[in-house]
Ligand binder design. Structure first.
Ligand SMILES: [Zn+2]
Length: 293
């Protein structure tokens, strides 16, 4: 668990790389009562995944933002996601307000297969949304649902990145795994998908998709940590592909909903032994470039 000088150690990590700070593409800020429910879910995750999930950063919102600033996270997101119809537009309004009042937060939006989705996605993009979140497991929908087709087309055309939780970890869903995403990309090859959690546990399949589609990226969220290596280890044989895709891997953390300190995610990347140029690209440059466009 993190100690008093965690912030100093996180800063020392990126300072050593000569980076101006971190860009974290996968952080969760959401309406308070939704966040409480998410935390309650993780509190009950023991029985669900067979592993305890004690959330380290169970703090008030102001303090959570302050922590990211202390870590030197220059840009971050407010990953919101609906589990039922009629919720996405409300979450998008909340996230727009959050990004307006919290410096450094990229305005985030989400979507769900429902009537009106193309309209509210267009409104979010026109309003300045910089990144979307899609959660195939929690939302329990097929990303190829015809209701979403217009929205995907719009996002592909606008080049707005979509962080998509589509791997089957920590628990599989009806539509998780590489198959549905492969079909989606076949129809929308320019879609700027950021595969969350490196596609855990189907790492190799999602690396295949990133190699095939040049706009596909992966985020590191929880991957390579002690926690995930116990549940779904990254295959050592796939490591050389991480180097080849070094300009399309983005730091993600899942802050604040993580069962270990923020520093551990960074150390987990460092111990891959990919070198400082790779680390700097992943932890800052790739994200900074993606969101400067
Ligand atoms: Zn997440």
């Amino acid at each position: 668990m993190p100690g008093d000088d965690e912030a100093r150690q996180v800063r020392a990590f990126w300072e050593r790389l000569g980076a101006p700070g971190l860009v974290d593409v996968h952080t969760h800020f959401m309406p308070e009562r939704v966040l409480r429910k998410v935390w309650a879910y993780f509190d009950s995750a023991g029985p669900l995944t067979g592993t305890e999930w004690p959330i380290v950063y169970r703090e008030e919102e102001d303090r959570r933002v302050e922590l990211l600033r202390e870590f030197g996270v220059l840009r971050f997101t407010s990953m919101v996601y609906p589990h039922k119809p009629g919720m996405a537009e409300w979450l998008n309004a909340w996230a727009a307000d959050f990004a307006a009042r919290v410096e450094g937060c990229l305005r985030t939006a989400t979507l769900f297969p429902e009537e009106g989705v193309e309209r509210y996605v267009a409104e979010a993009v026109d309003g300045g949304a910089r990144v979307f979140k899609a959660h195939v497991q929690v939302g329990a929908y097929d990303p190829n649902d015809p209701l979403l087709d217009g929205a995907w087309g719009l996002l592909a055309g606008a080049g707005v990145p979509i962080v998509i939780h589509c791997g089957s970890g920590p628990a599989p869903g009806k539509h998780t795994g590489p198959g549905p995403v492969a079909r989606l990309l076949a129809r929308h090859p320019r879609l700027r998908l950021v595969v969350a959690h490196m596609g855990m546990p189907e790492y190799a399949d999602f690396l295949n998709l990133a190699e095939r589609y040049e706009e596909v990226r992966l985020d590191t969220t929880m991957a390579f940590t002690d926690f995930s290596e116990r549940l779904a280890p990254f295959p050592p044989a796939e490591r050389p592909r991480l180097a080849d895709l070094g300009d399309r891997i983005l730091l993600g953390s899942d802050f604040p909903n993580i069962p270990y300190g923020y520093l551990h995610q960074l150390q987990a990347l460092q111990r891959l032994g990919m070198g400082d140029d790779w680390l700097r690209a992943v932890c800052h440059d790739n994200g900074a470039r993606l969101f400067s466009q």
